[in-house]
Design a protein around this ligand. Structure first.
Ligand code: AMP
Length: 191
């Protein structure tokens, strides 16, 4: 089983690449952001609670996020691999993920980080906001907050998996196809 963390700042192309990988490798794609948006769409208590944090560009508390992620993984016991997109975003989430997987005799195989600099992220997210309908994609101050949260709380997760020799970086600027090829090469090398 191949378990990949697709890592990188908001707007680095994780969702786009995860969809391509899902098609090519048949892995299950789990995006915690998408799961939250679906809960919001269904107006569930979890969704309403998550929305309070998302609209400010802050992280949803760990306990909620971790519980939701674990439920999703448990729904698909037969998959050959999982792409974690947008999770883990804190060290606490990473620790809980490792523990949760090891209880199932599974582990993270690889973390791939898509590197994109802040100015480019801002431009991309604002462009995406023209069509995504996401309130957090339309406001520069919220976008900047998301970037700050990423640098402060999420980027240490790269080092956490680097200590396990599992982290690699890829240039996230370039054509979708070239970036996909680079990701596919890393998956092959580490399979
Ligand atoms: P994304 O779609 O990955 O950009 O996520 C959108 C928003 O959902 C983030 O800005 C957070 O508010 C929330 N979110 C998504 N994943 C997580 C996570 N792993 N931990 C905490 N909050 C998250």
């Amino acid at each position: 089983m191949f378990n990949l963390i697709l890592f990188g700042p908001p707007g680095s192309g994780k969702g786009t690449q995860a969809k391509l990988m899902e098609e090519k490798f048949g892995f299950l794609h789990i995006s915690t952001g998408d799961l939250f948006r679906s809960e919001i769409g269904n107006e569930t208590p979890l969704g309403l609670m998550a929305m309070e944090h998302m609209k400010k560009g802050e992280l949803v508390p760990d306990e909620i996020t971790i519980g939701m992620l674990q439920n999703k993984v448990n729904e698909y016991p037969e998959v050959s691999g999982i792409i974690f997109d947008g999770f883990p975003r804190t060290i606490a989430q990473a620790e809980s993920l490792d523990k949760f997987l090891s209880e199932k005799e599974m582990s993270i195989s690889l973390l791939i980080s898509l590197e994109v600099e802040d100015g480019e992220i801002e431009r991309r997210i604002l462009k995406r906001g023209e069509t995504s309908g996401r309130p957090d994609d339309n406001d520069v101050s919220i976008i900047r907050n998301r970037i700050n949260v990423y640098r402060a709380e999420t980027s240490p997760v790269f080092d956490f998996y680097a200590e396990q020799n599992k982290s690699v970086s890829i240039n996230g600027i370039g054509s979708i196809d070239d970036i996909f090829s680079a990701i596919s090469e890393e998956i092959k090398t580490h399979s």
